[in-house]
Design a protein. Sequence first.
Length: 381
Amino acid sequence: MDARFSFNFDPDGDRIRLARRRLRAAYSLEGGEVPVVEPGGYARHADTLTLLNDYDEMLRHAVAWANALADSDNDWPPFLDTYVGVCMVAEAFGCEVVWTPGEDPWTKPAVADINAVWRLKPVPVGTSHMAKRLMGWIEYAQRAVGSAVPFWTMDIQSPFSVAAHIVEPTELMTACYTAPEAVRHLCSMITDYSIELTLQHIASMENPAFPGRNFPSIPDRIGVCVADDTPLIMLSPDMYREFAMPYNARIAEAFGGIHIHSCGDYSHNLDNLLMTPGVRSIQLHAGPGEFRLPVSAEDPVPFNRARNRVAVFVDTNGVARGDEYRGMPRRHYEEYVIPRLAGGAWRGLILQSCGVGDDMPDVRSALRWTRERARHLGLGR
């Protein structure tokens, strides 16, 4: 191991094995104690472009985050971070990657006219700049620190989400009505490419962790993370079934399942997610400002239909808290989140801590308080 980078924990220690047991039970829809997780408590000290250009800086970042996760009573097991995958497939289809100082990258559309997608050809898998850096860094990191600590698999952007990067978004949405065959052709190409890139990515790691980015992860092949923000939020249920569901299902078939991340309130498409073959868990930002939770477990709403059918990772953020709970993370959980999760059977719940602030001085305190409240209300039993 490179002496410049060192872990402050045993990768097979008792606390990490306990966290993995709890997560395995949740992802398998077994009963038991709810995993309470918190990826926060670590502040990244370099922007994405700096990390992409400097393997040493990326490794310092990854080791520091792993150490921070281990240094708390956390059910989020330590991992080694890999590059976020938002731009990787779009870049391979000709999109220019834009680097705004201090921000994560974004891509400019490569296609203004939907008819151009019939001539669109991606570069060979793994040869675009960001993908090459991803594979190169993993090789470098494994030589430097070994593979006892799992590597976090990157997120796959859902095919329709990538299509909205490649094609000017208004043109793409209009084409769902005026040129649906072109949209389906593009989504199919993106699906094939995403599967091949992810297979290459996973094969490059001696110890990959799943489902990967956005989710607490374990070194078991339980499927991959799909970031599905654009179609879940912007498409009607009928359009989602036509232009998103079939391609997500193909990814699920290739990897033994998918775990769906999305920001926003996607409750209008949640029943579609439950019908998608291979969906194993969903993530949502719970709160009055984003994904509104039902008042009780008996309400006939999609969220309650998801109980015990898929694992559900409930987290939050400043947007989700809304104006009502702005700057009050503990009160938000005490008055809104945890009471609405209580009641009825719950197998497969994963709960992020309430967060720091509002008399929670640190991550360890937030985890302890959230775990105590979940136990008191019998969540997961």
